[in-house]
Write a protein that binds this ligand. Structure first.
Ligand code: FAD
Length: 627
């Protein structure tokens, strides 16, 4: 019976990419099957129990603005909220939450189960069905076949996964779960280039065995902001959130760790793959930064109803006995009980120049890759690719154009563009520095940038869209008020003096005062009752006031950035025909010709960002296309 089951879209794997992919495809009207090895592990956080962070928080806000699920689920399962980088400019503000690992998985499952066109199945996919390089379906380990016009592979760290702890290693997709065998070979047979990467995770400890008096406490925000633009009402105050703790290693801890180096798979050559440079293991840190006498550690709760704690900053694959001995030399951890040892994992990935901007593979029509399989690391990076792949898998079935985000529209656009053009030889994570237009791509305006697009493709709900329109209208009206309303010296000067900025010499428009870095709108409203009542007549929402304030304060930079985007977009959007034979363009550099033939960019803008393609190669290409 199963052999006859046909779907529009099949999503393989229900991690962060798979959950978003399946949710998006089904909500866009595609009959979707989500098939995963373990239904109890939907959207499981393999590593730290946290969502967001620098640049990653922006990704979650973008997913939410488009109508994805990760933002809402993060809000519903958070145990602590913090806005990182508040002391820097708004382009750097990044929301982060500490999550209840089990609740996150449960909430994601609830959301997915409420989607009518989505069917679930627990099984292990071992092969793909293709015909003339077009995907037709998948085969499970028991030989069952399921058919679909689009298949999205989101297999995470599971493809030929190999777990290392000290000298022991064994096949596994992550701790307690087996590896996925079969898909890698099937893809290689279809001509895909394959690579291998590595990542690692720290030990988990029993919180009851920690002496917190020796650690620093870290509270959440009192005025916490949610991830989702749809989350209503106040979030819990800091006192009602869980706390995290900060501790430090010392020379003694480092000495103990060094005793395990000769049995470390990192140092004895057993692990050959490359791991994330910016997220090194503790052994890597003390080896590479030998002059540092201590490293910071964060002890983070795993949830509301468990004593298990995650030791952020202590990722390791040293032998278990070295791990526990080193842990017990950390101040506060003298009697610690280790619940799970840290480990490293090596897994297969497929270098991402093999996918298009839609995340459909170039080799096999209808086959999409999303998440760790594309060489990324992180839940947020995976989730946003899953969302895009799910959308595009559904659009493909419906014979609609792919949905692609530009670098100037979203971090999601930056991530996919980087992956497909620059490739990655180490696990790719998002940083704000990767985005050239980061002053435009702020977390606060993700809905203003993306909700309309999400609504047009049918993913963002009407309710979300109407809320966005309402917010936009309030912002516009408040903006107009701020640029037209006149404030007078006698009202503003006491406040300006208190803030240490010069007095006014004459009445001026409110926005000229607001542009001063020291001033904020709330203070201005306290100084002028009429201004305050006019603002209150427009909006009661903190985020509307904050948005106008950011737009006014940074208007100069924002304007300049838009001009640059305009300039670049002329070049960006010139299409390149798919079948162009670069070998015939004699004036191209050899490296340029090889890279262009391999990556086959879809636009001139994309071609210009491929490493190895020079400005003169781009000029040659432009002349050729013009002729
Ligand atoms: C040990 C470890 C350490 C990590 N450290 C970090 C870190 O420090 N920082 C960070 O940002 N990220 C880290 N990560 C990465 C993070 O977990 C992933 O980036 C993220 O979960 C990837 O999401 P994904 O959806 O691509 O895959 P996953 O979340 O891994 O989900 C893959 C899903 O696919 C299913 N699956 C796989 N193969 C098959 C098959 N053949 N048939 C059916 N189902 C299948 C699995 O059961 C699973 O549900 C770590 C991961 C691990 C395992």
């Amino acid at each position: 019976m199963y052999n006859k089951e046909t779907y529009d879209v099949i999503v393989v794997g229900a991690g962060h990419a798979g959950s978003e992919a399946a949710g998006a495809a089904a909500r866009l009207g595609a009959k979707t099957l989500l098939i995963t090895m373990n239904l109890e592990a939907i959207a499981k956080m393999s590593c730290n129990p946290a969502m967001g962070g620098v640049a990653k928080g922006q990704l979650v806000r973008e997913i939410d603005a488009l109508g994805g699920l990760s933002g809402i689920v993060s809000d519903e399962s958070s145990v602590q909220f913090r806005m990182l980088n508040r002391s820097k400019g708004p382009a750097m503000w990044s929301p982060r939450c500490q999550s209840d690992r089990m609740l996150y998985a449960q909430k994601m499952r609830e959301k997915l189960e409420s989607i009518p066109l989505l069917t679930f199945r627990q099984d292990n996919v071992v092969d793909l069905i293709t015909e003339d390089f077009e995907v037709k379906g998948i085969v499970t380990q028991t030989g069952q076949k399921f058919f679909a016009k689009s298949v999205v592979l989101t297999s995470g760290t599971f493809l030929n996964g190999l777990i290392h702890i000290g000298e022991s290693n064994y096949g596994g997709g992550r701790s307690g779960e087996r590896a996925s065998v079969g898909i890698s070979a099937a893809l290689e047979n279809l001509g895909f280039e394959i690579g291998r990467l590595k990542t690692g995770t720290p030990p988990r400890v029993d919180g009851r065995s920690v002496d917190y008096s020796k650690l620093e406490i870290q509270y959440g925000d009192d005025d916490a902001s949610p991830f989702s633009f749809m989350t209503e009402g106040e979030l819990p105050k800091a006192k009602d959130q869980l706390t995290c703790w900060i501790g430090y290693t010392n020379e003694q801890v480092h000495d103990v760790l060094r005793t395990g180096f000769d049995r470390s798979p990192m140092f004895n050559g057993r692990i050959k793959s490359i791991g994330p440079r910016y997220c090194p293991s503790i052994e890597d840190k003390i080896n590479r930064f030998a002059d540092k006498d201590r490293h910071q550690l964060f002890l983070e709760p795993e949830g509301w109803n468990t004593y298990e704690m995650y030791l952020n900053g202590f990722s390791t694959s040293l032998p278990e006995e070295t791990q526990i001995e080193a842990l017990r030399t950390i101040p506060g951890f003298e009697n610690v009980v280790m619940i799970r040892p840290g480990y490293a994992i090596e897994y297969d990935y497929f270098p991402p120049h093999q996918v298009k901007r839609s995340l459909e593979t170039k080799n096999v029509e209808g086959l999409f890759f999303a998440g760790q399989i594309n060489g990324t690391t992180g839940y947020e990076e995976a989730a946003c690719q899953g969302l895009m792949a799910g959308i595009n898998a559904a659009l493909k079935v419906q014979n609609k154009d792919p949905f692609v985000l530009k670098r100037s529209e979203a971090y999601i656009g930056v991530l996919i563009d980087d992956l497909i053009n620059k490739g990655t030889e180490e696990p790719y994570r998002m940083f704000t520095s990767r985005a050239e237009h980061r002053i435009l791509l702020r977390q606060d305006n993700a809905d203003l940038r993306l909700t309309e697009l999400g609504y047009k493709i049918g993913l963002a709900t009407k309710e979300r869209y109407e809320q966005y329109l309402q917010k936009k209208e309030e912002i516009d009206r408040l903006h107009t008020l701020v640029s037209k309303y006149t404030v007078r010296p006698e009202q503003m000067d006491p406040m300006l003096k208190k803030l240490g900025t010069s007095k006014l010499t004459q009445p001026v428009k409110a926005h000229t005062v607001l542009m001063r870095p020291e001033v904020n709108l709330q203070e201005m409203l306290l100084a002028d009752d009429i201004f305050k009542s006019k603002v209150e007549a427009i909006t009661s929402k903190k985020y509307v006031v904050e948005q106008v304030e950011i737009q006014v304060k940074y208007s100069g930079y924002i304007q300049k950035e838009y001009e640059m985007v305009d300039e670049l977009s002329k070049k960006e959007n010139s299409p390149i025909p798919e079948k162009i034979d670069y070998a015939k363009l004699k004036s191209l550099s050899t490296e340029g010709m090889v890279k262009l033939s391999k990556i086959r960019p879809e636009t001139i803008g994309q071609a210009s960002r491929i490493s190895g393609v020079s400005a003169s190669d781009v000029a040659v290409l432009m002349v050729y296309l013009k002729n």
